[in-house]
Design a binder for this molecule. Structure first.
Ligand SMILES: CC(C)(COP(=O)(O)OP(=O)(O)OC[C@H]1O[C@@H](n2cnc3c(N)ncnc32)[C@H](O)[C@@H]1OP(=O)(O)O)[C@@H](O)C(=O)NCCC(=O)NCCS
Length: 208
């Protein structure tokens, strides 16, 4: 159990730096596959610059240590979005196109409508996993969605991320679509992407 756990909406600059490190660690394989950064510094710069802190939540432990991060996409704004011109600046024209395409595909597939959100990011530090931090973050995000009048929250998860999928199912997300991607993603360790949705209108106060 995380006794001193606090969930805060938004991020200060200091926390943003720590959150960037957590995202680089938690999504190392995916970032390597999609972004193919030339150096670790480049990866850190791309992620740090792409984050909109106001669309994030952080889980803080004792003495304010960062334990986890969640981020959502809302209508026309995303928690983490690398702009085409940043890709161009960092990788040149051909490098930018090949990197931007998978990111664009993911963005289109999870793009929220006016009364929808998508959970873009949920990550907990290695040492804190399995003690309810991810569940608490997710509960706060869903409570905020309800308060904002959002109808549904979508997300995508790869087939090999069983732990995350179990967590989402336990909270009440249901699978709505699966896309086989093995021909493209086998080298990254997964063969399909599952799209899941949480129906906020079915949520009772204090139910998650
Ligand atoms: C997926 C992830 C966010 C889950 O976070 P987490 O903090 O470990 O999640 P929780 O602890 O809330 O729940 C995980 C499991 O721990 C169990 N758990 C929850 N509270 C617990 C507690 N107090 N004591 C012991 N176990 C607990 C839960 O039952 C849950 O098990 P189940 O859902 O498999 O039945 C985390 O593993 C992670 O950061 N992974 C890497 C990034 C990632 O894959 N993100 C998802 C991308 S789609």
């Amino acid at each position: 159990m995380n006794e001193g756990l606090t969930i805060v909406r938004g991020m200060s600059h200091g926390i943003l730096v720590e959150a960037t490190d957590l995202l680089l660690e938690a999504f190392a394989l995916k970032l390597e596959h999609d972004l193919r950064p030339k150096t670790p510094e480049q990866a850190r710069r791309l992620i740090a610059e792409s984050i909109a802190p106001e669309l994030g939540w952080v889980a803080l432990g004792e003495r304010g240590a960062l334990l986890g991060v969640a981020g959502v996409g809302v209508y026309r704004r995303r928690f983490s979005q690398i702009r085409p011109r940043t890709f161009l600046h960092e990788f040149g024209l051909l490098g930018a196109i090949s990197r931007w395409l998978p990111v664009f595909f993911e963005e289109v597939m999870t793009r929220p409508g006016r009364r929808q959100w998508c959970l873009e990011v949920l990550a907990v530090t290695g040492a804190s996993r399995g003690s309810g931090v991810g569940s608490r973050l997710l509960s706060e995000v869903l409570a905020a969605a309800r308060e904002a009048g959002v109808r549904s929250v979508g997300l995508e998860v790869v087939d090999t991320n069983v732990r995350a999928m179990q967590l989402y199912e336990r909270i009440g997300f249901r699978r709505v679509l699966s896309i086989p991607t093995a021909w493209l993603t086998e080298s990254s360790g997964y063969r399909a992407i599952h799209f899941m949705r949480f129906d906020v209108s079915e949520m009772n106060e204090g139910s998650v």
